[in-house]
Write a protein that binds this ligand. Sequence first.
Ligand code: AMP
Ligand code: MG
Length: 346
Amino acid sequence: MTTELFNAKTQKENGTQYAGRVIRAGGLVAFPTETVYGLGANGLDGEAVKRIFEAKGRPSDNPLILHVAKKSDVKDLWAHVPNEAKRLMDAFWPGPLTLIFLKSGIVPDEVTAGLGTVAVRMPEHKTALALIRAAGVPIAAPSANISGRPSPTCAEHVLADMDGRIDVILDGGPCEVGVESTVLTLVGRPTILRPGGITREMLEQVIGEVDVSPAVLRPLKEGEAAPSPGMKHRHYAPDARVVVASGSWRKAASIICREYEIEEAMGSRCIILGTEQTRSCYHGMNYDIIGDRDDPATLCAELFSALRRWSGKVDVIFAEAIETEGRGLAYMNRLLRASGFTVLDE
Ligand code: AMP
Ligand code: MG
């Protein structure tokens, strides 16, 4: 299969209209959103949705998110629309918040991996919204990477993973948020299953107390049921070991310097994903400053891109842990998963 690439700015009308027809005909289109690039198919067509799983090598038990272009579309996809969902949609849609509730009869089992619930979101990105409107159906879309690898935050990342496996890529430049949407279930107590751009603090201002699934910051225990199927699978892993150093910035930097020397002495090639605060600590070592510890949004925007930049080029990637407040929770969730929960704290 040849993958066609369209520039979403210069070929705006042609690109999205054509891609909308491809989706309606059962094909696969990668498209930009404010979070990461998505790999879309007609969300009401089970056969088309199956192709997403094939192209990504995604485990078939991991359900997809349906993307809509207007809030009222959730009425068709859910059994009914709970009050909390209405308030959250008014506050945060379009935006990086996915809501899970009981599904309606029109949602195929391929989307939900057989679950009785379905995840829905309205993205805040002109090209994504134009594509959903052109397709005229909700678009089922996970991140547009080979399963297990870091999510793509620009069209080049999508091309590296998906060339020859999908029909179309719409290139809309780099993604702003850089990590996937917050996933909140409204079945039972509102619980964050995956942290993202809309923070726990922001959600609590609208609907009161929100739980965070404990598996967001630690691996599942032996025999523990996964609150979300995605938690069972290895994620975001580059082709290199990722090691996280915890503690204050001073502490984290000193752990990294010590371990770097040991690794280097053993012949490993190393890179440090540093921050503005720790730049001066890594003098004479290989480092890549990816953002500001006091502004976790900057780290979220760069993390996946940095993991891909160094993947296969080094043996070890060192990174600093940060506080888990605000977007820091999303950053630490992705970083810990990328490291397979390899944390040094002394
Ligand atoms: P991705 O498609 O890569 O953005 O991943 C979507 C995430 O949402 C995965 O972690 C899924 O396991 C999770 N998810 C999607 N639908 C549901 C659902 N109905 N119940 C629980 N988790 C879900
Ligand atoms: Mg993904």
